[in-house]
Structures are given as C-alpha cells and as structure tokens.
Design a protein around this ligand. Structure first.
Ligand code: ASP
Length: 405
C-alpha cells in the first residue's frame, strides 16, 4: 500500500477509534491506550521537528545557490511574494466581509471586558511590531539552529545561497557538500514518512478524545463561520486560482496533495508538515526542486492564509462581544495587522494565538478574550494549518508553472 493511502486509512481509523472512546470511556484498556497514543503522536511530531531545521537550512541554501542560473530567478522571487500577499489579502477580505454581514456575538456585551477605551501605554503599535519583526530576522545562525528559530535561519540560508550563487570554482566544493547533505536530509524525511501513518493515527485519537465539546455550543456561530470561511478559501478560492493559472484539475490536486493536508490537519504545524509538503511537491507533482525548495520553506513560515483569515475574524468577533463597533479605518488597521501577525507567526501549533494578542492590543480590544478563544484553538488550528499548507503548495505549483513559461 502506498504512503498516501495508508495515511488516509490511519487518519480515518484514528477518528473512529477516538469517537468510540468518547462513547465508551470506561473500557479497561482506554487509559493505557491513551498513554501509548500520546507517546507515539509525540514521537512523530518530535521526529518531524528533528529533521525540520537542517532540512529548511539545506533546502534553502541549495535552492538559492542554484537560482539565477537561468533568466528566471527574480521572477521566482517576485511571483512568490506577490502570490503570498495576494492570497492572504483575499483571505482577510473574505473574513471581514462575511463577519460584518453575519456579526456573531453582537448584543452580548460582556461587562467585565469593557475596559478597552484607554489603550495601555505598552501596547505594541504596528511600526513597533514591524521594527521587532525586522530585527528578529537577523540573529546568530548557530543560536537560530540550536533553538529552531526558523525566520532568521531562512535569512541566513538565503545569504549563504546568494554567496554560493557564483561560478567561482573555489566555491564548488562547498556547493557540492551542501547539495549532498540536502540529499541526506531527504533520505531521513523518507524514513519519517514511513512512520507518519502511525503518528497520525495516534494524534487523531488523542485529539478527538480530549476535545471539550461543551465549549463549542457557546461559540457555535463563530466557529461555524470561521470553519466555513476557511473551507471556502481552501475548497473554492485557492483551487480556482490554481486552475486559472495552471489549468490543474482540483480533484487531482487534492488527491496528490493529501499526505501534506492530512499531516497538517493532524499536527497543526506547517513547519512540522514541511518535510511532507516538500516530498509531495517533488514526487507527486514533479515540481522543480529549485522552486519547491524556495517557495515551500518560505511559505511554511510566512504564507498563512488560514491564520490571517482567523485573526481578522476573531478580532471582529471579540469586538462584537464587547459591543465595540469598528470603523472602516479600524478595519483597515485590522487588515494590515492580521497580515503582519500571520506572517510573523511561526508554523507551529497555536502560534496564531500568540500573535492574536498583538492584533487585539493594536485595536484596543481586551486580551482576556484569549481565554475564550484558546480552549477551541486546537480545533480551529487544524483547519487553518491545513489551508496554510494548501496555500504553500498552490504557490509552489503556480510559481513552478509561470517561471517555466
Ligand atoms: N498552526 C499554524 C501553522 O502551523 C499557525 C497558527 O497557529 O495559525 O500553520
């Protein structure tokens, strides 16, 4: 059985078993089973994290050092960034328009939260946030490697790649070494992929069993709206953009991309999914490695359609809950803040919740609201991460197509 099928079957079995345990929690083996599934799930995530940093590093060095051989390198850069900004803008606009129409949470007026008229002086403004964000891009590469800080590592690997992007013979040995180490990483990724069905099976059992269903009823309309919007973006908008620009059949896209989507769903981490996204792009879609090695690692940390959509929608929801009517100008600020916050969010579980605090602060909304957003974040994060990863894959396919002419 191929890996694609076994991941799909493992995911279905994990959800079914999780539901059965929810109905029959007193079965004698449940406690043991949950410890084992927790262990296996954690091992899977840890093995992905283990390979992630060296993989990103070598893939970008190799990708950038080979860029510019042809006439297309600046086209790759420009089209990638244009694609990221465009699709995130569409996602945020979608959230703003629909949330303004449906207005979940309006009329509730949570009294204890009405403290938002005076902004605290330590509130991070957008320029301050941008300053911090830009500064965080440059760091000691060894520190970034050791602590798994992806963005400064991406910048450093781009710089090495640019330095190696030279016909000077003295650089050839270094280039060959990086290329060969990159192949070693891909081999390890293949091994991790073999473990993926077990890891996903275990993660999904635990996720279904641990979700507190009570909370869903309180936030029902909001959750439903957000999930609907995320699915709309992932099932209609991204495939439509892909189809218009590459003529790729969406059914073919979903079928071949499935291992990456399911892993994203189960791990809630675009970064942890990256090894699988890369292998799907290279093996299933036959994307040029030069393109996927550049677009996908960058996308896994910067291009987050689901996160951007969610942050905009959640801010409007909280504004409704406290009875604050956001003006057009405030919604414009929300637009840019949600974009910056999602670009700044690393591709790890619930990262969007951390940068959500910044969005709330910028708008003068109460941070206590995080308390009602957090309990259901595990559920929504699965959806937004899947769309984040889908967006990266669509980006790689589009850039692959338009830069090849
Ligand atoms: N978990 C998301 C990701 O890895 C980020 C987020 O929390 O929105 O893509």
């Amino acid at each position: 059985m191929n890996i694609n099928k076994s991941i799909f079957i493992a995911a279905s079995l994990g959800i079914i078993l999780g539901l059965i345990i929810n109905f029959l929690p007193n079965l004698f083996f449940v406690d043991y089973l949950l410890v084992i599934t927790d262990l296996v799930g954690q091992l899977f995530i840890k093995s992905l994290k283990m390979i992630l940093v060296p993989l990103v590093f070598f893939s970008i060095v190799v990708g950038v050092s080979n860029l510019g051989k042809g006439k297309n390198s600046s086209l790759i850069w420009k089209s990638t960034l244009l694609y990221f900004v465009t699709t995130m803008s569409i996602a945020i606009t979608l959230a703003l328009v629909v949330m303004n129409i449906i207005q979940p949470g309006i009329g509730i007026n949570i009294e204890s939260w009405q403290l938002s008229d005076s902004l605290p002086s330590e509130t991070m403004t957008i320029p301050e946030f941008l300053k911090q964000f830009l500064l965080s891009l440059f760091a000691n590469p060894f520190d970034s490697l050791a602590s798994g800080k992806i963005l400064p590592l991406i910048i450093f690997s781009i710089i090495i790649g640019i330095a190696l992007n030279d016909r000077n013979k003295k650089l050839k040995a270094a280039k060959d070494l990086f290329t060969s180490l990159y192949e070693v990483m891909l081999k390890i990724v293949h091994w991790v992929m073999l473990f993926a069905p077990f890891g996903i099976f275990a993660l999904l059992i635990n996720m279904v069993v641990n979700q507190n269903m009570e909370l869903f009823s309180q936030l029902g309309i909001f959750i439903f709206t957000v999930i609907f919007l995320i699915l709309f973006h992932g099932l209609i908008i991204l495939p439509a953009i892909l189809f218009v620009l590459t003529k790729m059949n969406p059914l073919f896209f979903w079928k071949e991309g499935r291992p990456a989507f399911i892993t994203a769903f189960a791990t809630s981490s675009s970064a942890a999914t990256l090894p699988i996204t890369l292998s799907v792009a290279n093996d299933n879609f036959k994307t040029s490695k030069e393109i996927s090695n550049f677009v996908l690692p960058l996308g896994a940390t910067m291009n987050m359609d689901g996160t951007a959509l969610y942050e905009a929608a959640a801010a409007l929801f909280i504004a409704n809950l406290v009875g604050m009517d956001l003006t057009l100008a405030q919604q414009l600020i929300l637009f840019f803040t949600a974009m910056v916050a999602s670009i700044g969010a690393p591709g790890i579980p619930s990262a969007g919740m951390v940068t959500m605090a910044m969005v709330l602060q910028v708008l003068g909304l109460p941070l206590e609201a995080l308390a009602i957003l957090l309990p259901m974040d595990r559920l929504i994060d699965t959806f937004r991460t899947t769309i984040n990863v889908e967006g990266d894959l669509v980006g790689a396919l589009i850039v692959n197509k338009i830069t090849k002419f």
